[in-house]
Ligand binder design. Structure first.
Ligand SMILES: Nc1ncnc2c1ncn2[C@@H]1O[C@H](COP(=O)(O)OP(=O)(O)OP(=O)(O)O)[C@@H](O)[C@H]1O
Ligand SMILES: [Mg+2]
Length: 262
């Protein structure tokens, strides 16, 4: 795996899963080999967003990821019934996440995107410890309450020495489809301020858009769409910025490795 990137947030419901699958589709359309790991064990939503529900096969003790839109996908949602709640303690959750990373036949990947649950809990800790993360992307909405908690998530990854590749402001504004007027429903510019304070890049702003929601609900991500829609372009831009930040990280690590080898 060349780049392992977590998609995190402080608050729930800000659009992490939507952003994760759409970024994965944008990267895949650009020619990269991409995996999506749904690490939201309590509330997996990747199966719905990609409309993939089969039970993964096991070949030679390795779980085979499912395929959707050219992505390799693994989710706890494939292993349990869609209505079954997971009532597990922290260590069991950590073990399940570790297995989804280590016992799945991911093969060679340019990017593994990990859809994390909200907050700063066991799963985030496990992922940071088990995987050599290239970095995390923090998703937030612009309003004050979301930004406050996004800032905590950012601080947690910093404490764990996981690089922050940048912040995405989702549901950034609303463009009226009939008159084109822009409304900042949840305020605006908060993510930019957070980026300036934390000294991390703003990877992009994605508007609140009915098509984004509908395409997620129907399991056909807008970024996988053949038509070059404005909505797809928003995700393509964030994906490009994220890939650039990831490669800057790789370039920074490289000289150290070279020095060690000499
Ligand atoms: N830019 C957007 N425009 C319109 N709807 C959106 C947008 N982003 C996300 N949504 C919708 O908001 C809801 C929550 O999104 P999503 O499930 O991706 O959030 P999440 O942060 O992963 O939530 P959780 O914390 O529960 O995992 C979904 O119905 C999704 O379709
Ligand atoms: Mg989610």
């Amino acid at each position: 795996m060349k780049n392992v990137i977590g998609v995190a947030s402080g608050k729930g419901g800000v659009g992490k899963s939507t952003v994760t699958v759409n970024l994965a589709c944008s990267l895949s359309r650009s020619g990269a080999t991409v995996g999506v790991l749904d690490a939201d064990v309590y509330g997996p939503s990747v199966p719905t967003l990609l409309n993939v529900w089969d039970t993964p096969r096991v070949i030679e003790d390795r779980i085979q990821p499912l395929q959707a839109y050219g992505l390799r996908v693994m989710s706890m949602g494939f292993l349990i019934g869609s209505d079954e709640p997971i009532v597990w303690r922290g260590p069991m959750i950590s073990q399940a996440v570790t297995q989804m990373v280590q016992e799945v036949a991911w093969g060679e990947l340019d990017y593994l995107l990990i859809d994390l649950p909200p907050g700063t809990g066991d799963i985030q800790l496990t992922i940071a410890q088990v995987l050599n993360l290239t970095g995390v992307v923090i998703v937030t909405t612009p309003q004050h309450v979301a930004l406050g908690i996004a800032s905590k998530a950012q601080a947690m990854f910093k404490q764990l020495h996981v690089p922050i590749l940048g912040i995405v402001e989702n549901m950034s504004y609303f463009l009226c489809p009939s008159c084109g007027e822009r409304t900042d429903i949840f305020s605006h510019g908060g993510a930019q301020n957070l980026c300036e304070r934390a000294k991390v890049p703003l990877l992009g702003e994605i508007p609140l858009d009915t098509l984004v929601r509908e395409s997620g609900d129907s399991g056909r991500p807008i970024a996988a769409d053949e038509s070059n829609s404005a909505q797809r372009q928003f995700f393509d831009t964030v994906a490009r910025n994220m890939a650039r930040q990831a490669s800057i990280r790789a370039a920074r690590v490289l000289p150290l490795v070279q020095v060690e080898q000499r």
